[in-house]
Design a protein around this ligand. Structure first.
Ligand SMILES: Cc1cc2nc3c(=O)[nH]c(=O)nc-3n(C[C@H](O)[C@H](O)[C@H](O)COP(=O)(O)O)c2cc1C
Length: 366
């Protein structure tokens, strides 16, 4: 296969490979800048940057300052940064989501990826068409729903769509039933439905709405399959965790290396969505009622600690810091295939070479 560039509006990336956001600083500097410098698109996470015990106002201020610092570091060329475009991921359920978006744009971020919530007001919050707006979707219905809504109220269409399938790591936009019946909602199937559904809108707009496919993509051959089906790019999470440049603790990466297929499980997250994790002692403590209930961060608008059972930001942060006994380890469905930690450059080369080696072809519309 000829490896296509990823084009999102005015921005062009040499390889159609995106590093997905991973909250609580798993995808913090230097990972996104490294991936972007390697020719892909790196995504900075905005979730859990300002993790402190504080009231909501202080939490928002600290998050904002931490985001500005994260962007500054990612831009610092003397510190492994990049001068190329970077994406920022926000979750609609964050209590300070609008503040994070406006702070990122004011600090030069040109690509906003919006998940865990419907971005109904995003074009109003970012009234600047040099900033690319990418909603995360899980179905053709959601894709067309967002396009119709944005067109009706703002005469704007998404600059790309990020389709995350049910095999992804972290929070999942699927029901427990769907996750138990994966044959009914596998990524290839939904991707084809989304490609079909957006085609009339592309004709109306006279431009492509690139679709980036994510979830369970492990090899270059997997990526080529998505490109063959009409994706403009692919996003990976799990595989970027086990790179030297990912700032997660060694213990977190070791949990990926040790994971067996039977260790991967779905939990119900306080965010109100299912999440895919690696089974560990923290989950056993949680089941036994031995995890202290507290809400130190006030980060998620829909989270009620009385029902949630635990603070997800704290549990994710503990895991990222290597405190696995008190931590929740998000991972994708293919994490059991991970067998080593490698430099990001090696992973990028492996993926690109894998796409090149594929006998599949790009669809004619590309
Ligand atoms: C540790 C971890 C944390 C994640 N955190 C986020 C997040 O904060 N926001 C988000 O939109 N996606 C998050 N994701 C999803 C990834 O960005 C990516 O789409 C997904 O992992 C792709 O599936 P894969 O892991 O099979 O490659 C996370 C994934 C992992 C593994």
């Amino acid at each position: 296969m000829i490896v296509p560039k990823l084009v999102i509006g005015n921005y062009e990336f040499r390889w159609p490979i995106v590093q997905g956001a991973m909250g609580v600083r798993v995808s913090a500097h230097p990972l996104p800048a490294t991936v972007t410098n390697l020719g892909g698109l790196g995504t900075i996470t905005s979730l859990g940057l300002g993790s402190i015990d504080a009231d909501q106002e202080t939490f928002a201020r600290v998050s904002r300052e931490a985001l500005v610092e994260e962007i500054r570091k990612s831009r610092d060329l003397s510190y492994g940064g990049t001068d190329k475009p970077l994406a920022l991921n926000v979750m609609g359920v964050l209590s300070n989501v609008n503040d994070l978006v406006t702070t990122a744009v004011a600090n030069g971020i040109k690509i906003i990826v919006y998940g865990a919530g419907i971005p109904s007001k995003l074009p109003k919050i970012v009234d600047d068409d040099s900033v690319m707006l990418i909603p995360m979707i899980n179905s053709a219905r959601l894709a067309t729903g967002i396009i119709d809504l944005w067109w009706k109220f703002y005469k704007r269409a998404p600059d790309a769509l990020l389709l995350e399938g049910p095999l992804a790591g972290g929070h999942l936009g699927y029901t427990g039933y769907q996750l138990a019946h994966l044959d009914e909602c596998f990524l290839e199937k939904i991707l084809q439905e989304v490609v079909e559904a957006v085609r009339p809108y592309e004709q109306m707009l006279g431009r492509r709405i690139p679709i980036i496919a994510a979830g369970g993509i492990y090899t270059g051959a997997d990526a080529a399959r998505m490109l063959h089906l009409g994706a403009a790019g692919v996003q990976l999470g799990t595989r970027w965790v086990v790179t030297d440049e990912c700032p997660a603790a060694r213990e977190f990466k070791q949990a990926y290396l040790d994971a067996r297929q039977e260790d991967i499980q779905i939990i119900h997250s306080p965010v109100g969505m299912p999440g895919r994790v690696i089974h560990n002692s923290f989950l056993e403590k949680l089941a036994a009622g031995e995890v202290r209930k507290r809400c130190p961060y006030k980060c998620i608008s829909v989270c009620d600690i009385r029902h949630a059972g635990f603070c997800i930001a704290e549990a994710l942060f503990n895991a990222k810091e290597g405190k696995l006994d008190d931590g929740l380890i998000f991972a994708g469905a293919n994490v059991h295939r991970v067998d080593r930690i490698m430099p990001a450059k090696e992973l990028m080369t492996e993926l690109v070479e894998g796409i090149k080696a594929s006998p599949l072809e790009l669809p004619c519309s590309v």
